[in-house]
Design a protein around this ligand. Structure first.
Ligand SMILES: C[S@@+](CC[C@H](N)C(=O)[O-])C[C@H]1O[C@@H](n2cnc3c(N)ncnc32)[C@H](O)[C@@H]1O
Length: 252
């Protein structure tokens, strides 16, 4: 169940050829990082079941199927791997709520602006961050995600990347996203008895400092846990008053 794309140097996660070969070899299904059951409280809270949802870099995960079982009615799944998309389209041809399209997340011009209420990304930005020209790919992807979100819509990023490496990409003023951060342990993680974690409940957001980072005295229960960034696209003129810090440096 648990795999991480932090081993960028070993595998070329940013390359479509790599993913095609992997899906030919593996077949079956696999959910990176977390299953829907663990993510459900966050998904249901921020992306209502009536939403039109875009699952970016769906791979061969069962997350979208689980969401349909939970009442979601319209989930468009895209992936750069034609192998994964062909496989998933055949597997789910009997579920009309699920659509599968081969597409590069950096160019989703097929869809008009404001097409989706929610965009879910589990491990796909992480993959792009392993590729060549990672900051440019990330900026292209996030600009497209922002364009496709309706005002008030939510981009939910599930990643191993902590705020020092993800916030500079997410907090670019042009997106006008209000970012809320959560953190959940890896599946199967056993909390040590002497753990001095700052956390009362996973369902509580982590309070961020004025730079949008985790305060230095905050103790994570599991040092290799996963982060959930909930990025709400604010209306024009709306300002995120929870943070005074604004990123001005260009990440490119
Ligand atoms: C780490 S896997 C995650 C798969 C799935 N989201 C999950 O949670 O199990 C990353 C996925 O992103 C896809 N991917 C990588 N680069 C992409 C791109 N530029 N556009 C669309 N999908 C991409 C890969 O083919 C792969 O299926």
């Amino acid at each position: 169940m648990y795999r991480d794309v932090s081993s960028c140097n070993t595998y070329n996660y940013g390359d479509a050829v790599y993913w095609d070969a992997r899906y030919v070899q593996e077949g079956g299904s696999f959910d990176w990082y977390q299953r829907y059951a663990a993510l459900r409280p966050f998904v249901r809270k921020y992306i209502p079941a009536s939403s039109r949802v875009l699952m970016v870099g769906c791979g061969n995960a069962v997350m979208s199927e689980d969401m349909v079982k939970d009442g979601y009615e319209d989930i468009v799944n895209i992936d750069i791997s034609a192998v994964a998309i062909d496989m998933m389209r055949k597997k789910y041809e009997y579920i009309p709520q699920l659509k599968y399209m081969q597409m590069d997340v950096r160019d989703m011009s097929f869809f008009p602006d404001d097409s989706f209420d929610g965009v879910i990304d589990k491990g796909t930005l992480d993959s792009l961050m392993c590729g060549t020209d990672a900051p440019i790919s990330a900026a292209q992807m996030l600009a497209e995600v922002c364009r496709l979100l309706k005002p008030g819509g939510t981009y939910m990023l599930i990643t191993y990347g902590d705020p020092t490496v993800r916030m500079p990409h997410l907090r670019r003023p042009m997106y006008n996203w209000k970012v809320t951060l959560y953190n959940i342990p890896r599946p199967g993680f056993q909390k040590p008895e002497n753990c001095s974690s700052s956390r009362k409940s996973y369902l509580e957001p982590i309070p961020l400092d004025e730079k949008g980072l985790i305060p230095k005295d905050w103790v994570l229960e599991d040092p290799d846990s996963h982060y959930i960034y909930v990025c709400r696209k604010m209306d024009d003129g709306e300002i995120d008053d929870t943070l005074t810090y604004r990123l001005t440096a260009d990440v490119l």
